[in-house]
Design a protein around this ligand. Structure first.
Ligand code: ZN
Length: 156
């Protein structure tokens, strides 16, 4: 921890104790350079927040992702365990890459990426719900760059 008085990054912890009913740890530190003392608090970060398009936030929820995937995979030959596993992987990816906040748009994109490799029909379904396209032209414009590229046919 950098000393707030002299700016040196060389301190020692003299005392640690639980405070706020064990929800935080208070550490008394002393700077080895200027010898002054300061205090730090360590707390668990709140749950990752998902910022929606309308600007409001809600707690990140794997269950919600799983529901969205399950809807997209409806009547496809996809095992519930596979959907669950996909949701677990998406959650791990999100928690690895975002600290406090992630947009619902980013989560949607990550889900779409996974679904694309998994089942093309489920992917298109998810994309159409999630992007809520205004018309067919929008739909084609959005999907063309992300659908797997096919070799153009070469008529002879
Ligand atoms: Zn210092």
């Amino acid at each position: 921890m950098r000393c707030p008085f002299c700016g040196n990054d060389n301190d020692g912890v003299r005392d640690s104790r639980n405070v706020e009913d064990g929800r935080a740890i208070r550490r008394r530190r002393s700077c080895n350079h200027c010898k002054r003392r300061f205090t730090t608090y360590e707390r668990v970060e709140g749950l990752l927040q998902v910022r929606k398009r309308d600007g409001t936030c809600q707690d990140f929820s794997r269950a919600k992702i799983e529901r969205g995937l399950a809807q997209a995979c409806w009547k496809r030959k996809i095992k519930p365990e596979d959907i669950q596993q996909m949701a677990i992987e998406i959650e791990a990816h999100v928690l690895d890459n975002y600290e406090r906040e992630v947009t619902s748009e980013d989560i949607g994109n990550i889900c779409m990426e996974r679904l694309r490799d998994f089942d093309e029909v489920a992917f298109v379904r998810f994309a159409s719900v999630y992007r809520s396209f205004r018309d067919a032209q929008d739909f084609v414009k959005e999907l063309t760059p992300i659908l797997p590229q096919r070799e153009p046919r070469n008529p002879r």
